[in-house]
Ligand binder design. Structure first.
Ligand code: UT7
Length: 332
């Protein structure tokens, strides 16, 4: 019997309208457009405005976009995995909220939290449900409203993050297209460099934690940078090697968009020219779980059936990984 692969058959995306430019950040903190662009490659990021709006609201738009492109009904979806670091609330899972808002009443699902690597972790998990034959339509979402946990007085951290959502549909394929391989890693000792200090069971929310700004992202940027450069590049080189891929046979690198310098280091290690690397960091910044599906969403019309695509991510935890996909369709 032919092996079943989980192939991506549709992509959806959404970014909020509001553009937080470097020029506006200059009015909010002691920074400059020149510093931000030269250190990160970012010019602007999108911010979700509006009382009572959360990650699920962006994900809903991305999912509707995907369903209409694929021409299927919300009730056709059997499972939803939502990768997010900024869920609507601690519980229930944001996947449940999205199912309700979109009308995916036949689906079950849950959230995955692996910080910036969440989307490739979720993609790998979702693929298992296709590969085993358990489900025929699995939706994998990556979404974050990073502005909800950002201290805009912390110039070292807040300048890189933005809000956005992307999603892909996984369906079975027996012709060799789809997710071929994944290398996923975690190192919990890295948690000291990138985390949220309060709001969990160790340190529940209190007046003190709010006053001490412990619900914002805490990041030691330089330390994270060093681990990210090494690990994202290592794992991308490893997945190429074990799948006999070369710089010539890889069509696209889809790197996590945290810092242009990390993206360049990964591409250099893979010996890939810039024209094979998806980059939208200058317009969206680091949308955490949103970066990879938003790249696929923007590049979808340029992808061809049979393209060899390597996804790579690194994030808090530490978590990191790389995924090799054989693209399954040409866009009509
Ligand atoms: O998403 C996955 C996980 N996250 C990442 O992968 C992020 C990895 N880290 C980074 O991308 C970089 O570390 C940052 C972009 C966050 C920071 O860049 P950096 O080059 O590592 O800056 P730094 O924190 O080492 O600061 C260098 C200098 C400092 O000045 P002194 O102490 O040398 O005088 C900072 O105070 O730059 C200063 N600085 C700024 N100056 C202007 C830091 N932030 C800013 C700023 N504007 N926004």
């Amino acid at each position: 019997m032919q092996k079943i692969h989980a192939s991506i058959t549709a992509v959806g995306g959404y970014v909020p309208e509001y553009r937080l430019t470097n020029a506006e950040l200059e009015t909010m903190m002691d920074t400059t457009d020149e510093w931000i662009q030269s250190r990160t490659g970012i010019k602007e990021r999108r911010i979700l405005k509006g009382e009572g709006k959360g990650s699920s609201d962006m994900a809903v738009e991305a999912v509707k976009n995907l369903l209409s492109k694929r021409g299927i009904a919300p009730t056709d979806i059997e499972m939803v995995i939502c990768a997010t670091t900024t869920p609507d609330m601690q519980f229930p899972a944001t996947a449940n909220v999205i199912c309700d808002k979109v009308g995916m009443t036949k689906a079950w699902g849950y959230d995955i939290n692996a910080a910036c690597s969440g989307f490739i972790f979720a993609l790998t998990v979702g693929s298992q449900f296709i590969e085993t034959g358990r489900h025929k339509k699995v939706l994998v979402i990556g979404v974050d409203k990073m502005s909800s946990i950002m201290d805009y007085e912390d110039r070292k951290t807040s300048i890189i993050f933005g809000d956005g959502a992307g999603c892909v549909l996984l369906e079975p394929d027996t012709d060799g297209y789809g997710l071929i391989d994944s290398i996923l890693r975690t190192d919990g000792s890295g948690r000291v460099y990138l985390h949220q200090k309060a709001g969990g069971s160790v340190k529940p929310a209190s007046i003190e934690t709010v006053m001490n700004k412990e619900h914002y992202v805490y990041q030691e940027g330089q330390a994270v940078f060093k681990f990210a450069v090494k690990n994202m590049a290592d794992v991308s080189a490893e997945i190429m090697e074990r799948n006999n891929l070369t710089a010539e046979t890889v069509n696209w690198l889809v790197p996590h968009q945290a810092n242009m310098r990390i993206i360049t280091a990964t591409a250099d290690r893979m010996k890939l020219p810039p024209e094979k690397v998806m980059v939208n960091i200058e317009r969206f910044g680091n949308t955490t779980n949103g970066t990879l599906p938003l790249c696929l969403w923007e590049w979808e019309s340029r992808l061809h059936k049979g393209d060899n695509i390597v996804l790579a991510a690194f994030g808090g935890g530490f978590t990191w990984g790389s995924t090799y996909i054989k693209w399954a369709y040409d866009t009509k």
